[in-house]
Design a protein around this ligand. Structure first.
Ligand code: 5CU
Length: 399
């Protein structure tokens, strides 16, 4: 067997298990899955920025494709192929790209839309489904669980208790909305503390982007998904973490560990500017939150102490910035499968979206170098304890 430092580990790889697909198929508002006349596959419509194009597409019932008509040349969303829900397909994708281990997670928008009274049970069954999938390919699959954020606080904390008992679980995937007020909400601190105490790493992932007005009147018809995905997602992550930092969440939950999607959004590039704004802010200095004697950890320190970044940034330049910001020992390869499939070519073959990310690692750190091996898998292996069967194990903390 290859030594752990030679494993390739994908820590950013999603699935919508069959039960979640059924849930989306039963819905009439975003997020949903809907069939359209003339389209081979049903379509997944999840992003707030897709609401307008869905409205422009006249449809009748989701299950009556024959009576659906499209008044828009572009169907909203993306086709739901087997890549979204099939475990066999995930393993094929891994084999095609020489990925030894995947840490799978539910994709956005997770359980953000589930009514409060159902959220606890839904989370439990989805997490069990993930656990079961991992058990089908032991040693090759681990997962980040999902939290019932719309549930009452006691249900949410109980979910952390459930998650930590699941053998292949290594953390949770989390969006930026928190309990509805963002991740700087003081009500979330106990949850962050519980996750930290149980070594459950948070994989922070965007979904909501920025308000659609910022993309301008031409975006819906002319620019596809480019602006919300390329810019909205990274800005959302950047803003969420900046708010956590300013609120002191990292001090209040010192055991909390976050992996930031898409190499931290724009944080590696903007951390210096955020620092400068903090140091020059009269209010923060007056209130003793910044300036001499405040004992403040800089954002750069937090990046190197409590934050990891994925390597889903698609360029050598971005990857170098991420390495500089977090350290080569804190960066982890990812693919974002099943999103960004090759268009018009064989989805069973190599995906360019994957090779770009692997190539960025090679170019930035050197082919076969120690750093490249660490980013491609060695770091994830250690940080997420992929050598341990049961991560929480005997030292699980009572919440
Ligand atoms: O293409 C997309 O919409 C997405 C998405 O929704 N979530 C994600 O992680 N990547 C791409």
């Amino acid at each position: 067997m290859a030594s752990p430092t030679h494993h390739v580990v994908d820590i950013h790889t999603h699935m919508y298990p069959p039960a979640y697909i059924e849930l989306l198929e039963s819905r009439n508002s975003i997020p949903l899955i809907r069939k359209f006349a003339g389209a081979d596959e049903p379509r997944l419509i999840i992003l707030p920025a897709e609401a307008e194009s869905l409205d422009k597409t006249t449809t009748t019932t989701p299950n009556d494709p024959a009576s659906s008509t499209s008044s828009s040349p572009h169907l909203p969303g993306r086709p739901v192929t087997s890549h979204y829900s099939s475990l066999k397909q995930k393993l094929h994708f891994m084999d095609t790209h020489q990925i030894d281990i995947s840490v799978i997670s539910l994709a956005n928008p997770w359980l953000d839309f589930i009514p409060s009274e159902d959220a606890g049970e839904t989370a439990k069954s989805i997490n069990q489904e993930f656990s079961h999938m991992c058990g089908q390919a032991p040693g090759r699959l681990f997962f980040f669980a999902t939290l019932p954020l719309t549930a009452p606080p006691e249900t949410l904390l109980a979910a952390v208790g459930h998650i930590r008992s699941l053998k292949y679980c290594r953390g949770v995937i989390l969006g930026t909305s928190g309990l509805g007020k963002g991740l700087d909400d003081p009500a979330l601190v106990p949850v962050f503390r519980a996750l930290g105490a149980n070594k459950l790493t948070v994989f922070l992932h965007p979904h909501y982007g920025l308000p659609s007005e910022v993309w301008g009147p031409r975006a819906t018809d002319e620019y596809g998904h480019v602006l919300p995905l390329a810019l909205g997602f990274p800005m959302e992550t950047t803003i969420a973490v900046a708010r956590m930092y300013l609120a002191g969440v990292f001090e209040q939950a010192p055991e909390l560990r976050l992996i930031l999607a898409h190499s931290g959004g724009t944080l590696p590039f903007l951390a210096g500017r955020i620092e400068s704004c903090v140091v020059h802010d009269g209010q923060l200095v007056r209130e003793g939150k910044a300036g001499p004697g405040s004992g403040r950890r800089t954002l750069w320190q937090v990046l190197k102490e409590q934050i990891y970044l994925d390597a889903v940034v698609y360029s050598e330049v971005g990857l170098k910035a991420a390495v500089e910001a977090s350290g080569v020992d804190r960066l982890m390869f990812g693919t974002d499968h099943p999103f960004f499939p090759p268009l018009g070519s064989d989805e069973q073959g190599e995906w360019e979206s994957v090779t770009w990310n692997a190539e960025a690692v090679r170019k930035a750190l050197g082919e076969g170098s120690e750093g490249a091996r660490a980013v491609m898998g060695g770091n994830a292996f250690e940080i997420l304890r992929l050598h341990e069967e049961d991560a929480a194990g005997a030292d699980a903390k009572v919440i």
